[in-house]
Design a protein around this ligand. Structure first.
Ligand SMILES: [Zn+2]
Ligand SMILES: [Zn+2]
Length: 197
């Protein structure tokens, strides 16, 4: 798996570096942090005070030429929506994925800062969307990273680990992927990351 992390607009470098590190622990790759895309003012809906996830994904997808990395993960600070939902934590389309950090901070809910939790949530949402990019669907197991998060309670419960079934599916999907992607896959199960606040 080759992975680029692309900031969409300005994102603190410590957030990106932490995500880069945490994803390297999960996927056994060293994701690249690439040049930021412009601020997504083109995607802003002033009535909703949110950004269209689809519009931003379109721009990210347009970056995915043949010679670019296999997967792209966009990170944006603005709150995202898709037409059918009030908000989304992230979206995936083909090899392009996007997560918003807006609702992952405790401060969004008037609660005290908790950086450990914040970083854990970003990783969880990123792994979830990257799972979709390999063709995984939503999982019924609330402890699996592929469970659909309606609220942060779901996100905090599931964490960034795949359940046994999704882990097996990922192996299969990886085997169907190109030979260069096969070698990078490692099982998730024994791995648990520790987050400090
Ligand atoms: Zn999903
Ligand atoms: Zn699962």
């Amino acid at each position: 798996m080759i992975l680029s992390i692309v900031p969409v607009g300005r994102i603190d470098s410590d957030i990106l570096c932490r995500l880069q590190h945490d994803l390297s622990m999960v996927f056994s790759v060293e994701p690249q942090i690439v040049e930021p895309l412009p601020e997504p003012s083109y995607a802003f809906d002033s009535e909703r005070n949110q950004y269209s996830a689809e519009s931003i994904l379109e721009v990210i997808t347009s970056q995915a030429q043949d010679d670019t990395p296999k997967r792209i993960l966009g990170v944006v600070s603005g709150d995202l929506y898709v037409p059918e939902l009030n908000f989304v934590f992230g979206v995936a389309l083909g090899k392009a994925t996007l997560v918003s950090i807006a609702r992952l901070r405790q401060e969004f809910y008037g609660l005290p800062v908790n950086n450990g939790l914040f970083h854990k949530r970003i990783l969880t949402e990123a792994v979830h969307e990257l799972g979709h990019s390999y063709g995984l669907k939503h999982c019924m197991d609330p402890d699996c990273v592929m469970f659909f998060s309606r609220t942060l309670l779901n996100t905090d419960r599931k964490g960034s680990d795949f359940c046994g079934r999704c882990n097996t599916k990922m192996h299969r999907l990886q085997s169907a992927a190109s030979p260069s992607e096969k070698q990078d896959w490692m099982p998730f199960s024994p791995l648990s990351l520790t987050f400090v606040s």
